[in-house]
Design a protein around this ligand. Structure first.
Ligand code: GLV
Length: 313
């Protein structure tokens, strides 16, 4: 019997580590790296992808499952021809989860303690002591209380922040006030000094970080976006920073990536930029989970971490 074939396609993830991980986790599956071309499309059983070219997955007649290389699947569902009858899975990976929580804790503490002021003072060789706000005087609000948002909340909790989360459905997490649905978004924002976005990007959440949201935050609030560039209206953030209403922002994701050198965000003194590296799936653990899903599908069972394409997460 011919070997099953897996196509790996990503403009950003180096294939070497993934090849090594799949050779261990799924030694019977042939690992093929595509850079957009697809010879013998009829031989492909599995696809592991980041931002696949539109229409490409629809041309694989034997495809049994599509695995996103990230926690989000918006980069796949943006393809109008995505074959919706094929199961689609996102990454749920302990390294991705803990990496995101490290990023969130780092930058929440950075905004609470006004690290941006230290950076500006150092650039000006200015010795200017100040008292940071206390953690227990600081209200942190997390947009998205799924796998990533809950872990971040649990890791922030020991510092003493007042925590809240906003999600589509109500959550019961000790020490985290739960706000749910559009009707409660305003109240959630009004009590948030440091806003963290970890939402999936869907039609409902596109542009959620906009002028109205910034106006609903208290004066001096900070914004951290580690989700998707599509959540943030960059021009609205710049206006809110320049008016002084928003005190600072940490951004990992952008409307256009790589962020163009001409973007005013690069040079804004109160914006900290990271190049979409907040957190990544680790090939070693993620390939094992994907191989497990492949085994499940062979047995006629559903794969792990399957996404509902209608919901987008
Ligand atoms: C990265 O952006 C991810 O979706 O995990």
């Amino acid at each position: 019997m011919a070997k099953e074939r897996l196509v790996f396609l990503s403009p950003v993830d180096p294939p070497g580590a993934w090849r090594g991980a799949f050779e261990k986790a799924a030694p019977d599956v042939d690992f093929f790296v595509s850079r957009g071309e697809m010879p013998s499309p009829e031989t492909i059983d599995w696809a592991v992808v980041w931002r696949p070219p539109a229409g490409l997955l629809a041309r694989l007649p034997r495809l049994r499952c599509v695995f996103s290389l990230g926690a989000g699947v918006d980069h796949i569902l943006i393809d109008p021809d995505f074959p919706r009858h094929v199961p689609l899975c996102r990454v749920v990976d302990p390294y991705l989860t803990s990496g995101m929580s490290e990023y969130v804790v780092l930058h929440v503490i950075g905004h609470q303690r006004n690290l941006l002021r230290n950076i500006a003072d150092q650039a000006a060789a200015r010795w200017s002591p100040f008292l940071p706000r206390q953690a227990d005087e600081t209200r942190v609000g997390i947009l998205g209380l799924g796998e990533l948002g809950l872990d971040a909340a649990r890791k922030l909790r020991p510092f003493g922040y007042h925590l809240a989360g906003w999600s589509a459905s109500r959550k019961t997490e000790p020490g985290v006030e739960s706000f749910a649905g559009r009707a409660e978004l305003g109240a959630f924002l009004a009590r948030t000094d440091i806003l963290v976005c970890l939402l999936p990007l869907t039609a409902d959440t596109q542009g959620i970080l906009n002028a109205a949201a910034f106006a609903a935050l208290p004066r001096g609030a900070a914004v951290i976006n580690a989700a998707r560039g599509g959540h943030l209206v960059e021009a609205d953030l710049l206006a809110a920073l320049d008016s002084g209403h928003i005190s600072g922002a940490t951004l990992d994701v952008f409307e256009t990536e790589p962020l163009p050198a001409t973007s005013p965000l690069w040079r804004h003194p109160r914006v900290l930029i990271t190049p979409h590296i907040a957190s990544m799936a680790d090939p070693r653990t993620t390939a094992v989970a994907m191989a497990d899903s492949m085994a499940r599908l062979r047995r006629g069972e559903p794969p792990l971490h399957q996404v509902d394409p209608a919901k987008g997460y």
